[in-house]
Design a protein around this ligand. Structure first.
Ligand SMILES: [Zn+2]
Length: 260
């Protein structure tokens, strides 16, 4: 795919964030295409792929280049650092527009749900931005402080009226564990709640490429779907070839993308 010639991408690459954000704020939902989302991640240096990540034969020809351990524990040759993009409020709103663009392209009627929610803490801002664009109710989830792994979500201090429908929006999922945790938390606090039949996700990188795109009762609706194989540690061709496994890619990001 050739890079689109978009002025705000050039401004991002130059580090001229003020210009980039003033341009991106003017873009509409119709502009927020998956190709442009991919280009924003590229311009922000927030998407990384090992040169062998799409190998069909699982042969690693570049063992000198490290690979990553995903939050799910799976080993992989691709990583998308969503917080690097979403921490900029204008780009977060642009990504929300990309999600609404995808929903419109799929024929989803926003009148069919009343609430939008996303996981704490990674999808808090993104879900709020989607709720803002669609004029919906929104309430933040929280991480359960008693869960040392930080995976359990809590919904507190807000009752959803019986029969109202929640749209769950997420930034990235591999195993669908996050949307399932979100939906479990909301359902525990609101037993009569219903969930919309689709869960929009900015980046979906399925653990099993052949598995159905489902989170609980919802179908995953990705803006970008990353079809890159992931591996259990004991079955990882990168480890077997001697490639270093980076266990905290966000912390070692500069090293991973070759900037360190
Ligand atoms: Zn490995």
């Amino acid at each position: 795919m050739s890079e689109p010639k978009i002025p705000f991408l050039d401004a991002i690459r130059r580090g001229d964030l003020r210009t980039a954000m003033s341009i991106v704020s003017c873009l509409g939902i119709e502009d927020a295409t998956p190709d442009l989302v991919e280009s924003v991640f590229s311009a922000c240096q927030a998407g990384w792929r090992h040169p062998d990540c799409e190998m069909a034969d699982h042969e690693v020809k570049h063992p000198d280049i490290a690979h990553v351990v995903l939050r799910s524990g799976l080993h992989s040759g691709a990583y998308y650092n969503c917080p690097m993009v979403l921490r900029n409020a204008a780009l977060c709103m642009f990504m929300a527009k990309a999600i609404v663009h995808e929903m419109q392209a799929s024929g989803i009627n926003p009148c069919d749900f009343q609430w939008v929610a996303g996981s704490a803490t990674s999808a808090i801002g993104l879900s709020f931005a989607v709720a803002t664009l669609l004029g919906k109710n929104w309430h933040p989830l929280q991480k359960d402080p008693s869960d040392p792994k930080g995976k359990t979500q809590l919904w507190q201090k807000c009752a959803i009226p019986s029969g109202e429908v929640v749209l769950n929006v997420e930034e990235l999922t591999t195993t669908c564990g996050t949307p399932e945790a979100v939906q479990a938390a909301i359902r525990q606090a609101n037993p009569a709640v219903e969930f919309f039949g689709y869960t929009p996700v900015l980046i979906y990188r399925p653990a099993d490429l052949a598995a159905p795109n489902r989170a609980g009762d919802s179908i995953i609706l990705p803006v970008l779907k990353i079809d890159v194989p992931n591996y259990e540690r004991d079955n990882c061709p990168y480890c077997e070839a001697g490639s270093e496994a980076i266990t905290d890619p966000k912390k070692d990001w500069a090293k991973l993308i070759g900037a360190a």
